[in-house]
Design a protein around this ligand. Sequence first.
Ligand code: SAM
Length: 392
Amino acid sequence: MTAGPSSTSGAQGETPKPGEHARVLSEILAERIRRGGPISFAEFMRECLYHPVHGYYSRTSARRFGDYYTSVDVHPIFGRLLARQFAEMWELLSSPRPFTVVESGAGVGRLAGHILDFSARELPEFYSALEYVAVERSVERRAEHSARLAVHAAAGRSTSAGEIPRAISAGCIFSNELLDALPVHRVVIQKGSLQEIYVGFDGGRFIEVPGKPSMPALEQYFHEQRITLEDGQQAEVCFEACDWIENAGRALGRGFVLTIDYGHEARALYDAHHNRGTLLAYRDHTVSENILDAPGEQDLTSHVNFTAMDLWGRRAGLVRTGLVTQSQFLVALGRANEFGDLYDPAQTEMEKLRARLLLKNLIHPEGLGEKFQVLIQHKGITTPSLTGLSGY
Ligand SMILES: C[S@@+](CC[C@H](N)C(=O)[O-])C[C@H]1O[C@@H](n2cnc3c(N)ncnc32)[C@H](O)[C@@H]1O
């Protein structure tokens, strides 16, 4: 989709006033609605997050959840254990050269840095076969991760791209917290029939406008997954995530697709606990349901439907290898050397203790460990046995 009229306010190099992105983006979106009528929530969310100038993720400074942390920020152990899992996948595929690891939604390259640095140091044979492609939609973020990964690019081990390569002969396509940041359509059941929730503009603010679904695919989506929503229930549908996994599957010759995200199987995602849907806005260290406020200045997320990822993946030849919690995944991978990968050379006992405490955040049920799930799918290999899935 094309973005609305572009403004130079807030462009690279300038420091916009607080609230400036929201002010300009609100004008762009309000004008679009005045001209063409209410827009789908997917269109609204796409502009809020990805407008080339005013979108939340068009800025390198935007940090997920503000003050909250993501697994990548906690400790490099997250990337190090992922590197071990990729190295095992490489061996299971008979150590092809190159072995392509595509990270979609690589952002500013923090996770890529952890994976590549560790591979270079601890897994030299794997590193020598590795072709790491950091894929990122935002131009500014691509520039930042390219600078961060320069040493690996110079060694011929990493490149940067705006899209997943079209043909990957052997490798793993993975993402961490990408799919929950993709635009969603919103629906609600009213008097037994499915309505889409559009975004309108009235009285100087964005409002919800229920109407006929913009496409039959919305009803088919629930029908295919045998989901019946209750009267009054709201839900989200992320066709971009479906397309993403199908494209990933088609691009892959032999190998794996690994998805780490906050989400559920369809039955749990669309149950009574989530009868207002799962969309949330994160801004200035607070979480809210005010998803129509301050376009471009708050992060928007909704939970991933892993059943849909399975269904759409199958269309491209992907077979489910397993779905585990992040905690199960990391513990299974770390167990082999009693989490020795936590430590850096020459660390003091105090630093080691701190590292152990940080690890708890990644695997503890109250931390990130049980909130995030890891879905692995495979193609062109028969029933692979992966250490990361061995704990379930
Ligand atoms: C929530 S951030 C996660 C960043 C990083 N994976 C991490 O764990 O810290 C999502 C990132 O995905 C990028 N993104 C969104 N859609 C994308 C797409 N279709 N292809 C590539 N990158 C995308 C966004 O610009 C953003 O940098």
